[in-house]
Design a protein around this ligand. Sequence first.
Ligand code: PGA
Length: 257
Amino acid sequence: MRKTIIAGNWKMYKTITEAIELANGLKREFFKLDFAAVDVVLCPAFTALSEVAEVLTETEIGLGAQDIYWQEEGAFTGEVSPLMIKDAGCQYAIIGHSERRQFFGESNETVNKKIKAALKSGIIPIVCVGENLQEREANKTFKVVEDHINNGLAGVDVSDIANLIIAYEPVWAIGTGKTATPDQAQEVHKFIRDLLKKNYGQDVSDNIRIQYGGSVKPENIMQLMERPDVDGALVGGASLKVDSFSAIVTKASEVVK
Ligand code: PGA
């Protein structure tokens, strides 16, 4: 059985003070949460990582960065290494988010290097894949997702694959309020699971967790989570408020499959 995992991607929101306040609010809400049923991860901006880590000390809430560079250190102005985010308290890193692919030239090749670097430092990658609207309309969804998976994960040790997390995020659903229907999400999640089975075998495919991302809200999390291959969510906008994020996490933790 795969444990549900809900991550909040705070993107470029929240000053340090605001991030501490949000983390504290969530910590209070999750005081009674059944962490045996759900993993929760918060992904603030780099500037707030250590402070949020401090708030989360002695809780079961995980911490992730929104990106990393693939070198351990060096003359790479503006970049942050896996070792640095680990030092700041992270266990996870989002890699290959569509906004990074779209606005910052991220490619399957850079995603691949970042995944390997994260794993080498003991950071769990949350690898984002997904098609944009044009690609969906041209019936290229499966092809794009297959490319993201095959090239993004190329050369990664099979023993590491089951430990990473895939986030299927159709670009047309991100921040648009236009969620994929549970059927649309399930169809692609199943495709990804079958592809991983073909590439890495039954065990990996049975154990790897695949999150859905794109306008996840308290109102749609249940229907998405009820689908057999949806193992959690990567939440943007709705992760910025205590009420909506805690409602999503609580509802997701209650779905029994
Ligand atoms: P959204 O963002 O929930 O605001 O659509 C999701 C994401 O970008 O990870």
